[in-house]
Each structure stands twice: as C-alpha cells, then as structure tokens.
Design a protein around this ligand. Structure first.
Ligand SMILES: Nc1ncnc2c1ncn2[C@@H]1O[C@H](COP(=O)(O)OP(=O)(O)O)[C@@H](O)[C@H]1O
Ligand SMILES: Cc1cn([C@H]2C[C@H](O)[C@@H](COP(=O)(O)OP(=O)(O)O)O2)c(=O)[nH]c1=O
Length: 209
C-alpha cells in the first residue's frame, strides 16, 4: 500500500539516502518543479519539522544514547511531525516533501546500528499505521562518493562521523527496502551530474502529477 487508505487529497513524497548521497541538493528543485505545476508544497524534514521535533533533532544528532532511545526519539519526532505537519497538509490537498521518513529508521537504526526489525515495524505500526509515502526517492551512491561529498562540504554530525561499515549497512538496508517495496521506492543513481539527476527526477514526478 502506498500513501493513505483513507484517500486524502494531497501527496506525500520522501527523500532518502546515506549522508552525502545528494538528497538535500535535489529537494529544492523538486519543490520548485511541483510549485511550477500549480501544487501547494510543504517542505519538511526528519528528525525535525516541528518545534518539538527540532529539539529532538538537536539531541539525536549530537548526543550519544542507547540505540533503542535513539529509535524511540526518531519515532517520537515522527509522531509529532505526522500530527502537526503531514496529516493536516495532506488533508488540505497540499503536497508534502520530507527530507527523510521511516525508511531512514530502518536503514540507520536497523541496518546501521542493528536494531531488531520487528521492533521497528512495531513503531511504524504505532506511528503511521495507515500512511506510507506515495513516492520515495532513494538517492544511491557508492560509499566513497558519499564520503568525498561530505568531507568537501561540512562539519560532520554524530551520524556523519560513523565509519564506512555503518554506511555500508545503511545502504544495504535501503536497497533491501527498495526491492521489498518497488511500487513505492524509486532508486535514483546519484553518481550522475546534478543536471542529469534533475532530468531523471522530472520524468519520475511527471507520472505522479
Ligand atoms: N549529483 C551530484 N554530483 C556532484 N555533486 C553532488 C551531486 N549531488 C550533490 N552533490 C554535492 O554533494 C554535497 C552533498 O550533497 P547533499 O545534497 O548535501 O547530500 P545529502 O543531503 O544526501 O547528505 C553537496 O555539496 C552537493 O553539491
Ligand atoms: C529520520 C532519521 C534520520 N536519521 C539520521 C540520518 C542522518 O544522518 C541524520 C539527519 O540528517 P539529514 O536529514 O540527512 O541532515 P543533513 O542533510 O543536514 O545532514 O539523522 C536516522 O538515523 N534515523 C531516522 O529515522
């Protein structure tokens, strides 16, 4: 099932990928493209997207904590995001584009850190039992490309400081989910130039418009 069994008028798109894959670079482009097609767009992110969620984000990206605490806080941020931003926007008929959603928890807390998948599925059922994105764009690059992009651009947060094995496991879990949900998750080869990737994204989005 993609999106919502109760058929809300708006559409929900999530952006995923390991750190440095190039996802943030393309979010503004997608927002502009949708607006140019007359859509009302809400652009948001996880963890974060609400006042409470941004406080949780600050903790999550900078404090060391137990793995299960980390997973629970990711889903706490998501619960608030659902209530304050995603559900009201979709009910109004807006398009919501989110820089990460639940696939990131499966990839990072599940794949990267090794949290039991059944626990994550229980949290997913609790927090958004009836909603999945209509489309998930998974920006995929080899680990060395992602690392080079990160090193060239910014001060690294808690997750970005992880070792290569961690990102390898995150990427594997993202690709496993893409194979599990092929009708929802589209893998975008993010080794291509920004222009080529934009053309690919335009083609994918045309099918949703
Ligand atoms: N297709 C691409 N080709 C070359 N560089 C890219 C590409 N996509 C993104 N970048 C660069 O890589 C860096 C990290 O990209 P970013 O979008 O912040 O990654 P993410 O949000 O996935 O962590 C940015 O400086 C960006 O300009
Ligand atoms: C949403 C989510 C994010 N994360 C991690 C992935 C990223 O490393 C980090 C958020 O970073 P990200 O949104 O990619 O921020 P930026 O582009 O500013 O670096 O949080 C999880 O571990 N689990 C989750 O459920």
């Amino acid at each position: 099932m993609t999106q919502d069994s109760t058929a809300v008028p708006g559409k929900f798109i999530s952006f995923e990928g390991i750190d440095g894959a190039g996802k943030s670079t393309h979010i503004a482009f997608v927002a502009d493209l949708l607006r140019a097609r007359g859509k009302s767009v809400v652009s948001s992110r996880e963890p974060g997207g609400t006042a409470v969620g941004e406080k949780l984000r600050d903790m999550l990206l900078h404090e060391k904590m137990h793995l299960e605490t980390e997973a629970l806080l990711m889903f706490a941020s998501r619960r608030e995001h659902m209530a304050q931003v995603i559900e009201p926007a979709l009910a109004r008929g807006d398009w919501v584009i989110s820089d990460r959603f639940t696939d990131a928890s499966f990839a990072y807390q599940g794949g990267g850190r090794g949290l039991n998948r059944a626990k994550m599925e229980a949290l997913e059922q609790w927090v958004h039992p009836h909603l999945q994105p209509a489309l998930t764009l998974l920006f995929d690059v080899p680990l060395d490309v992602a690392r080079a992009r990160l090193d060239a651009t910014r001060t690294l947060d808690k997750f970005e400081q992880e070792k290569v094995d961690f990102f390898a496991a995150c990427r594997t879990e993202y690709l496993r989910r893409a194979a599990q949900f092929p009708e929802r998750i589209v893998v975008v080869d993010s080794t291509k130039s920004i222009e080529e990737t934009r053309a690919t994204l335009t083609g994918i989005l045309e099918k949703l418009l």
